[in-house]
Design a protein around this ligand. Structure first.
Ligand code: 0WE
Length: 255
């Protein structure tokens, strides 16, 4: 029996075939889930639509996570299409290139608001909207990174945003546990995605990671997808509020 057979899930944050959301989507499809997708804008729709269709999906809706109206409309559309939902994957983050480049103490109020709005608050609003149509036993999952806990060179405001996201995962898990809804996050090792392109020194971060991680290799989109299937399935029915590391053991090491 496939772990996600008969389950319906929404994937938020697919951009292209390098996306972590794509690794998760492929595994969810392989394990029997029926999927819906969102895209941020028309440029990304061109990439998302063929990927979604290759997994047999025809629910593909625009959603800008900075807009409450978009999130509310999204779940209205999901309800029309699917009725109820079993899981939601949150795989979105953004900070302005300026704020990732400049020294941290120069972070602007606007930059702070933007990064925390897109990368952390969106999980709260998405969860609130999903709650109305998610089945008991439902699972919500987000993506995080070690930079939430320790200073990773150049991660800057995103470290603050991921710290807020991780705390939000715990608060949401405590809040929605009595409703039978679980909320967890995967803390992934560095992966070359659209968000990672243009990050200065990403190459040396990857090389450093490979040398220090106990498993001495990078993690893949497929690795994240496999862990996601566990967190989204009933295999993890008693797991909530967790930050689950898929990082080759990097986080347990001091140097
Ligand atoms: O969370 C992330 C990606 C976050 C991200 C990246 C960008 C780059 C381009 C958010 N917003 C932007 N905005 C841009 O304009 N990761 C975990 C990947 C990542 O990003 C880094 C990393 C790692 C790892 C940025 C600096 C240092 C390390």
């Amino acid at each position: 029996m496939k772990l996600l057979a008969g389950k319906k899930g929404l994937i938020i944050g697919l951009a292209n075939d390098k996306s972590i959301a794509w690794g998760i989507s492929q595994k969810c499809h392989e394990y029997g889930a029926e999927l819906g997708f969102t895209f941020l804008n028309e440029a990304l729709e061109k990439r998302v639509r063929p990927l979604a269709e290759s997994l047999g999906a025809d629910f593909i809706v625009k959603c800008d996570a900075e807009k409450d109206e978009d999130i509310v409309r999204l779940f209205d559309e999901v309800e029309k299409k699917f009725g109820k939902l079993d899981f939601v994957v949150h795989s979105i983050a953004h900070a302005s290139a300026e704020d990732l480049k400049n020294r941290f103490h120069l972070t602007t109020r606007e930059g702070f608001k933007h990064a925390l709005d897109v990368s952390a608050y969106s999980l709260i609003k998405i969860t609130a909207s999903a709650k109305k149509i998610i089945n008991p036993g439902g699972s919500i999952m987000a993506m995080t990174y070690y930079g939430a806990e320790k200073v990773v060179p150049n991660y800057r405001i995103m470290g603050v945003a991921k710290a807020a996201l991780e705390a939000s995962v715990r608060e949401l898990a405590a809040d929605l546990g009595p409703d039978g809804i679980r909320v967890n996050a995967i803390s992934a090792g560095p992966i070359r995605t659209l968000a990672a392109s243009g990050v200065s020194d990403f190459k040396s971060l990857m090389t450093g990671f490979e040398g220090r991680a106990p498993l001495r290799r990078l993690v893949t989109q497929e690795d994240i997808g496999n862990a996601a299937v566990y967190l989204l399935s009933d295999m993890s029915r008693s797991v909530t509020g967790e930050i689950h590391y898929v990082d080759g053991g990097f986080n347990i090491t001091a140097a």
